[in-house]
Design a protein around this ligand. Sequence first.
Ligand SMILES: *[C@@H]1O[C@H](CO)[C@@H](O)[C@H](O)[C@H]1NC(C)=O
Ligand SMILES: *[C@@H]1O[C@H](CO)[C@@H](O)[C@H](O)[C@H]1NC(C)=O
Ligand SMILES: *[C@@H]1O[C@H](CO)[C@@H](O)[C@H](O)[C@H]1NC(C)=O
Ligand SMILES: *[C@@H]1O[C@H](CO)[C@@H](O)[C@H](O)[C@H]1NC(C)=O
Ligand SMILES: *[C@@H]1O[C@H](CO)[C@@H](O)[C@H](O)[C@H]1NC(C)=O
Ligand SMILES: *[C@@H]1O[C@H](CO)[C@@H](O)[C@H](O)[C@H]1NC(C)=O
Ligand SMILES: *[C@@H]1O[C@H](CO)[C@@H](O)[C@H](O)[C@H]1NC(C)=O
Ligand SMILES: *[C@@H]1O[C@H](CO)[C@@H](O)[C@H](O)[C@H]1NC(C)=O
Ligand SMILES: *[C@@H]1O[C@H](CO)[C@@H](O)[C@H](O)[C@H]1NC(C)=O
Length: 464
Amino acid sequence: MRIPQSLAVLTLLTLTSGACLPNSTSSTALQAALTQGGAGYVLSLCPNEVYDLSQPLAFASPDQEISTEGYPAGSARAVLRVVGGTSAVSGTRAGLDGARLRYVQVDGNRGALPPATGAAAIEMGGNNANQLIEHVRSYDARAWSCLHVAEGDLRCTNTTVQYCDVGPCGQADFGAWADGISLSCRDSAVQFNTVTDATDGGVVVFGAPGSVVRNNTIQAVTRPMLGGINLVDVVPWVPGNYTHTQVLDNAISGGFGDAASAAGALVKVGIAIGPRVWFGDKYGANVSTGGVVRGNVLRGAFSFGIAVASADSFVVADNSFAGEVAFIGDIGPNCTQGALAPHPPTALLADLATLTNVTLTPGISPTPADDFAFVNGTASALTCFIPPKAAAWPAGQGVPAVSPVDTGASQTPTSAPRTTPSNSTATASAHSTATVNSAARAIAHSNCLTIAHLLLITATLFIN
Ligand SMILES: *[C@@H]1O[C@H](CO)[C@@H](O)[C@H](O)[C@H]1NC(C)=O
Ligand SMILES: *[C@@H]1O[C@H](CO)[C@@H](O)[C@H](O)[C@H]1NC(C)=O
Ligand SMILES: *[C@@H]1O[C@H](CO)[C@@H](O)[C@H](O)[C@H]1NC(C)=O
Ligand SMILES: *[C@@H]1O[C@H](CO)[C@@H](O)[C@H](O)[C@H]1NC(C)=O
Ligand SMILES: *[C@@H]1O[C@H](CO)[C@@H](O)[C@H](O)[C@H]1NC(C)=O
Ligand SMILES: *[C@@H]1O[C@H](CO)[C@@H](O)[C@H](O)[C@H]1NC(C)=O
Ligand SMILES: *[C@@H]1O[C@H](CO)[C@@H](O)[C@H](O)[C@H]1NC(C)=O
Ligand SMILES: *[C@@H]1O[C@H](CO)[C@@H](O)[C@H](O)[C@H]1NC(C)=O
Ligand SMILES: *[C@@H]1O[C@H](CO)[C@@H](O)[C@H](O)[C@H]1NC(C)=O
C-alpha cells in the first residue's frame, strides 16, 4: 500500500515542479502563491500568456523568483500587464535578499491607461542585497520609470540588472517622460541591457556609489531622449556621491534623419555629469563626486555628447564617436537667458569654472585628426534645447549640422558623413505582445489545476 502511494507522490511532484500558474489565476491568487511559498519559492508563469495585474506582485520571502517556465526568450516570455495602479512587480520590502525577476515582460500599459504618478513599472531594491533582474523586458510604464532599483534607507546593495530590453518608456511631451533604468542601489551592476526610446534618462544613476554601468546599448530611435546616461542627482546619495561609480563601454545613439520616424529622436545629452547640467542652479554649489566615465561610444544626433558641470574628482576619458555624429538643437523657449545661458550644441562641453579635480580627455574619432576636444562653456540646464529642422539631421548620405556659433571646438563637429549609420537598431523594440498558443495554454491549465488537486489528495492519503 505505501509503495504505490509514495511512487504516486513522487510522480506527481515531478510533474508539478514544472507546472506554471496559468493566467486564469487572479492577481490575489498569484500573490497568495508568493506569500505562502516561503523562501526560495519560484512563481512560474506560463509562456505566451498575458497576466492582467490589478495590484503589483510583491516578493514575500528571501530568494524567491518570478519567471516564465522554461526561461524562453523574446515574445514567449509571460507578460505581466498593469491594469490597476502603476506597478507590476515589487521587491523593495525589507527581508527580500536574493529576489530574482527573470524572463518576463512587463507591460506598464501606458496608452490604454493614462500616464500617472506613482511607482515604477518594476520596483526592486530597497533595504536588500543580491537581487537579480535579467532577461526582462519592460515597456510603456505609466509612471516615471520602466525599472527602478531603489535605495531603501541607503542600505540597498549588489543588485544586478542584465540582458534586459527596456522601452519605450514615457512620451516626448513635456513632463510625460519616463526613465529606462533608474539605479539607486550601491555596489550594483547594470550591464548588457538595451534601452530604446526612453524619454527621460536611458539609464539614470542616482549616485549608487560603487556601481558599474557597462556594455549597455542606449538609443533614441523614434522618440527624443533627454539624457542617455545621467550622473546628475544630488539625492538620495547626498551630496551627489558617485564614489567608485563607473560608466564603461556603453553605446549611446541619437536618432538619424534617414527615416521619417526618426525625425525628432534627438538625445539632448549623451552622458550628463553634475547637477548643473540638468537642474541649472537649483542645487546651488552641490557637485557630483567621484565617478569614472570611460570607453563609451556615441553615434547619431545629440545636442551635447558629454556635458560636465558642477563635478569633483571625476575621470571622463577615452570616450569616442563612431559613425556619423552631429551636435544639433535649437535654443528652446525654456533655455536660461543671461549669465547662465547655455553654450550651443557641441560634442564635449565642460563648465571648467565649476569643476575641481576632474580629468577630461578628448573624444576619440575614427580618424585622429577629427578628435573632439572639450569646450569650456556654460553647461546649465541643457535639456532645454529642442530638435532642429529635419534637414539638419545626420542622414545616411545627408549633410550633418554644424553649430555656427561653436567657436570652442578644435574641430568642427562634422563636416561630412564618415560612415553610413547602421539602421539595424531601429527594429529592436516594438510592442510585440505575446502570441497565444491555445493548445499549450489548455495543457498548462489542466496540468496545474488537476495535478495540484491530485497531489493534495494523494499527499493526504500518504500522511494518513
Ligand atoms: C490569458 O492570456 C491570453 C493570451 O494573451 C489572453 O488572450 C487571455 O485573455 C488571458 N486570460 C486572462 C484570464 O487573463
Ligand atoms: C551579488 O549578487 C549576486 C546575485 O545576483 C551573487 O551571485 C553575488 O555573490 C553577490 N555578490 C556579493 C559580493 O555578495
Ligand atoms: C564590453 O564592451 C567593451 C568595449 O566595446 C568590449 O571590449 C568588451 O568585450 C565588452 N564586454 C563584454 C563582456 O561583452
Ligand atoms: C560616499 O560613498 C563612499 C563609498 O561608499 C563612502 O565611503 C563615503 O563615505 C560617502 N561619502 C559621503 C559624503 O557620504
Ligand atoms: C545642496 O542642495 C541641497 C538641496 O537642494 C541644499 O539644501 C543645499 O544647500 C545645497 N548645498 C550647497 C553646498 O549648495
Ligand atoms: C582627485 O580625483 C581622484 C579620482 O579621479 C581621487 O583619487 C583623488 O583623491 C582626488 N584628489 C583630491 C584632492 O580630491
Ligand atoms: C517649457 O516649460 C513649461 C513648464 O514650465 C512647459 O509647459 C513647456 O512645455 C516647456 N516648453 C518646452 C518646449 O519644453
Ligand atoms: C572657462 O570659461 C569661463 C567663462 O565661461 C572663464 O571665466 C574661465 O576662465 C574659462 N576657464 C578656462 C580654464 O579657460
Ligand atoms: C538599412 O535599411 C535599408 C532599407 O531598409 C536596407 O537595405 C539596408 O540593408 C539596411 N542597412 C543595415 C546596415 O541594416
